[in-house]
Design a protein around this ligand. Structure first.
Ligand SMILES: [Zn+2]
Length: 412
């Protein structure tokens, strides 16, 4: 690799924190605040941090389910030419082109790739470094893209929903780091898995309180996919922005929700300073962003914290002076996409909350309620703010990720 491109890449990785790659990571002074699991006031030499969990937390799963084991390979070629493929047990050979004598990697079982084309027994894919490749159908389990024509809104059958949840960052791209060392990529993955688990099971929601109950008023979603698939590092893998959005596009998903937590607030805020970015040209993306803001404010307000926020917290766009979305997840996706920045991991008080299963579950609950309302009602959401075009920095890139490698299946 050319040295200058490595340096450029390192600079980009270092900048990846808020959203994707817009602002530098916060290097807050280290304090010694332990994560709290009950109501407490923690005093340090410099600050007093109040972090209180709700008085009667409902049953909280301590940890989300692990990803499913690698599936069996398909027995017959697919008829669809777009969808998603999961590497079958034993791994799968990926080729740059079908004439190549050797595969460039035998991909690790369980990895997920969007399928963008098909030729006979060969499936054309985009690997998670944003590079093209081919794989034989009999080394993967293929899910064809969604052909339902229902649009989100009242009357939509939630059991037809195809939802892609994107845990922000991964691998060497760690995202923001809290003052006691809590790492954004790990928190995002845990929240995304909790969201997936909610979507995969039937529930009843008390819409007065927001409480999610055992019940069957809302069926499981039809398909739920995470963009950081289970690999040898337990889904702690680097994936490109184009890879993430191509999964959603290739599945013709109804929504793509990218899970993040924030850094670099303007200052203290009167309540949760949650931000959700939507696509500038999509009214559906905008509606979903307003619903997530509404449900986050409802759910997070049950917790007590020294909240921080931006002056323009809420549902909004982030566009450059040319009017296009700066964030690649929004710009590159053809389906309604949003980036949720639930809480400020850079704030000691909110970092302490983000360390608890209760708050992570509340985050997942808020995203779940928002998706149910987005897909099955005409609710419009709230918390929309007007923002000026963002002039600092360039567009986050969907180009191939030079530092990235596709995890290989270990030898038997
Ligand atoms: Zn982030």
């Amino acid at each position: 690799m050319h040295r200058f491109s490595l340096l450029l890449l390192l600079a980009l990785v270092a900048a990846a924190c808020q959203g994707e790659a817009a602002e530098p990571p916060t290097t807050t002074t280290m304090t010694t605040i332990a994560p709290t699991t009950t109501s407490s006031t923690t005093t340090t030499s410099t600050t007093t941090t109040t972090t209180t969990l709700p008085p009667t937390p409902t049953t909280i799963p301590a940890a989300p389910a692990r990803d499913a084991p690698a599936p069996e390979a398909d027995a017959s070629p697919p008829t669809a030419s777009r969808g998603a493929a999961v590497v079958a047990a034993g791994g799968a050979d990926l080729y740059r082109d079908r004439e190549a004598a050797e595969p460039y990697v035998r991909a690790h079982e369980g990895l997920l790739f969007p399928i963008v084309g098909r030729d006979g027994e060969w499936l054309e894919l985009l690997d998670h470094c944003n590079d093209p490749g081919w794989v034989r159908f009999d080394q993967v389990a293929f899910s064809p893209w969604n052909t339902t024509t229902d649009r989100p809104g009242a009357g939509f059958d939630f059991s037809d929903a195809v939802i892609v949840v994107d845990p922000g960052h991964g691998g060497p791209n760690i995202g923001a780091v809290g003052p006691t060392g809590l790492i954004e990529k790990e928190v995002n993955l845990d929240i995304a898995r909790r969201t997936r688990d909610l979507l995969n099971a039937p529930h009843t929601v008390d819409w007065e309180t927001g409480e999610i109950l055992d019940g069957s008023a809302i069926p499981p979603a039809g398909q739920v996919w995470l963009t950081r698939p289970e690999g040898p590092e337990g889904a702690d893998i680097e994936t490109g922005l184009t890879f993430r959005t191509t999964i959603a596009d290739s599945l013709n998903a109804h929504a793509l929700v990218s899970i993040h937590n924030n850094a670099a607030p303007d200052g203290p805020y009167d309540g949760p300073g949650s931000e959700v970015y939507h696509q500038v040209t999509s009214t559906e993306s905008k509606r979903l962003s307003g619903l997530i803001v509404e449900e986050m404010r409802r759910g997070f307000s049950l917790f007590e914290a020294d909240w921080v926020g931006d002056d323009d917290a809420g549902a909004k766009i982030r566009v450059g002076e040319n009017g296009v979305d700066i964030y690649g997840i929004l710009r590159l996706s053809d389906i309604p996409a949003v980036i949720a920045e639930g809480a400020y991991i850079s704030n000691p008080s909110e970092e302490a909350l983000l360390a608890t299963p209760e708050f992570r579950q509340a985050y997942a609950d808020a995203v779940y309620r928002s998706l149910v309302r987005f897909l099955t009602t005409d609710d419009g959401g709230s918390g929309f703010v007007d923002v000026e075009p963002f002039t600092a920095g360039g567009l986050s890139s969907g180009a191939p990720v030079q530092t990235c490698t596709v995890a290989a299946q270990p030898d038997e």
